[in-house]
Design a protein around this ligand. Structure first.
Ligand code: NAP
Length: 252
């Protein structure tokens, strides 16, 4: 942030799950660049500390907190740490997510459960924990990272698509519940973004995806971060229950 201007997110306390790498990492950096105090959360604290170090070296304010979003006790402990340290939480970005791909006929119960637990139950647990202080504050911003796959499906990803479609329904329901409390709840639906999650894709599958993206390139984590930064800002104050596609035109 250059001098002379007020940063868009000055002093806002923002919790980003899955912030150790990929999209969450870029979201954390972008929010910090805009003046927020960012709490980066994930399971691997070594990677989190490295991410926090990079943000603080760049002049941002950031700290790490260990969280397993699928575990209520872990989520509640993380939220307690944020509130003990800062006394408030202005934004929650539910970004932590996993894949365990297989055709539905071959899908094991544990692959179904693991994906639903992190991607959907995790969003529920973190939202519930963050909403309590937000309702007291009568303000807050929640952004849930869903996926284009939750909107159109994908062969080999029935568990992931179900979890991400669930996030869309959850987003709209909670948006309706808390709209009168000054809290907005929106979702961002990325298309194909270059991260660890998509690194294992074959060249053939990658070419097929690329051919279907009107903008002719895959997404970068920063592309998603820009949309999230807008949705948590004051500029998005009259926007709730929406699913913002950030996919280079893939699903227009
Ligand atoms: P990624 O590079 O694999 O990073 C996933 C992040 O989630 C990591 O920080 C990971 O850290 C964390 N995480 C996983 N399980 C967790 C748990 N139980 N508790 C807390 N943190 C957990 O993935 P990404 O591509 O950045 O994806 C981020 C989000 O965007 C996900 O929700 C994903 O579904 C969504 N998305 C991605 C794409 C894409 O093309 N990449 C497209 C659409 C949507 P630890 O392992 O250390 O916990």
């Amino acid at each position: 942030m250059s001098g002379g201007q007020t940063a868009a997110l000055a002093d806002k306390v923002m919790l980003v799950t899955g912030a150790s790498r990929g999209i969450g990492r870029a979201v954390a950096s972008t929010l910090a660049d805009q003046g927020a105090v960012v709490v980066l959360a994930a399971r691997d604290t070594g990677r989190l500390d490295a991410a926090v170090g990079e943000i603080t070296t760049a002049g941002g304010r950031a700290e790490a907190v260990a969280i397993d979003v699928a575990d209520r006790a872990s989520v509640e402990a993380a939220l307690k740490r944020v509130l003990d340290a800062h006394g408030r939480i202005d934004g929650l970005v539910n970004n932590a997510g996993v894949t365990r791909d297989n055709l539905v006929l071959r899908m094991k119960d544990e692959d179904w459960q693991a994906v639903l637990s992190t991607n959907l139950t995790g969003v529920f647990l973190c939202t519930q924990a963050a909403l309590k202080p937000m309702i007291k504050q009568r303000s807050g911003r929640i952004v849930n990272i869903t996926s284009v796959v939750g909107l159109i499906g994908n062969a080999g990803q029935a568990n992931y698509a179900a979890s991400k479609a669930g996030v869309v329904g959850f987003t709209k329901s909670v948006a309706r519940e808390v709209a009168s409390r000054g809290i907005t709840v929106n979702a961002v639906a990325p298309g194909f973004v270059e991260t660890d999650m998509t690194a294992a894709m074959t060249d053939k599958a990658r070419e097929a995806v690329l051919a279907a993206i009107p903008m002719g390139r895959v997404g970068r984590p920063e592309d998603i971060a820009g949309a999230v930064a807008f949705l948590v800002s004051d500029a998005a104050g009259y926007l709730t229950g929406q699913v913002l596609g950030v996919d280079g035109g893939f699903r227009m």
